[in-house]
Design a protein around this ligand. Structure first.
Ligand code: NAG
Ligand code: NAG
Ligand code: NAG
Length: 248
């Protein structure tokens, strides 16, 4: 029988041979907003603000056409938000490679059906009475960690864009401050219409925000409208995905 003392002595030798600071975490990279790489960039958030969440959103951008020969006008959006914060490259155990992170909006747009209750008779429309499934599922994409449900993006009854970051207890009621065209290489979307602009969204001043004061929409995929001559008169809903960066 092998003596317990012998085993313990062996273990002790192994432990003492280990590096002296095996548990020291790697320095965390603090996520910085992606750049367009062109002549203009969205301004960085004020120094007194901190990054609260990075969401990946999946939903539809709405437009209306008044006449078949006219141009469409933006008419709101509906999207489900998932918590992508811990996937940011270099930040920890579930972090993605830079390439996988950069292409995640495109991957999501193309691999996953819209996470909205469908409006019957339309391809991408959402049910206006109840656009969001309840409860909303977490995101499960093959080869990626589970991305947890985070909240909802919609336009409120006064037509003001709202981000209800439900599971984090945060809200942002916003107004558009800056829009810049997405880079040339951006995913043009399911309808090949183009990627919507990158945005800086500021507080709407309506007193509805909670813990958030600025939101950026970056790395957009899809969401631009079809010409009215193609879409026809009325409402069109175009699938899109994007990152939303929330600061407060
Ligand atoms: C950050 O500073 C600005 C003034 O520069 C101030 O208006 C704002 O309330 C501050 N925000 C926070 C979250 O401290
Ligand atoms: C549609 O938009 C284009 C480009 O902005 C503009 O040149 C054209 O006059 C617009 N057409 C109508 C009918 O508003
Ligand atoms: C966008 O269109 C969908 C139909 O596809 C509708 O359910 C939703 O209420 C619309 N949202 C806004 C903000 O207009």
């Amino acid at each position: 029988m092998v003596s317990t003392r012998f085993l313990l002595a062996g273990l002790a030798a192994m432990v003492s041979a280990a590096p002296t600071t095996p548990c020291k975490p790697k320095p965390q990279t603090s996520p910085t907003l992606p750049k367009l790489g062109g002549s203009s960039e969205l301004p960085a958030p004020a120094a007194n603000l901190t990054l609260k969440k990075i969401a990946i959103g999946h939903g539809i951008q709405n437009y209306t056409c008044g006449a078949a020969e006219g141009n469409s006008s933006a008419a709101g959006a509906v999207a489900v938000l998932y918590d992508a914060t811990s996937l940011f490259p270099g930040t920890g155990r579930t972090a993605l490679s830079q390439g996988a992170w950069d292409s995640l909006p495109s991957t999501l747009l193309r691999q996953q059906a819209l996470p909205l209750n469908k409006l019957s008779g339309t391809e991408y429309g959402a049910d206006p009475a109840k656009p969001f499934p309840q409860p909303t599922d977490d995101l499960r994409l093959s080869g990626l960690p589970v991305v947890k449900f985070l909240g909802y993006h919609y336009f409120d009854s006064n037509n003001v864009p709202m981000f209800d970051v439900t599971t984090a207890g945060l809200k942002a009621s916003v107004t558009k401050r800056i829009n810049l065209a997405a880079p040339n290489g951006a995913d043009k979307g399911i309808l090949n219409t183009g990627a919507v602009d990158w945005l800086e969204l500021g507080d709407s001043g309506k007193g509805l925000s909670q813990g958030l004061s600025i939101v950026y929409r970056v790395v957009t995929a899809g969401g631009a409208p079809q010409p009215c001559s193609v879409a026809g008169v009325g409402l069109q809903s175009v699938p899109y995905t994007t990152y939303y960066w929330f600061y407060g």
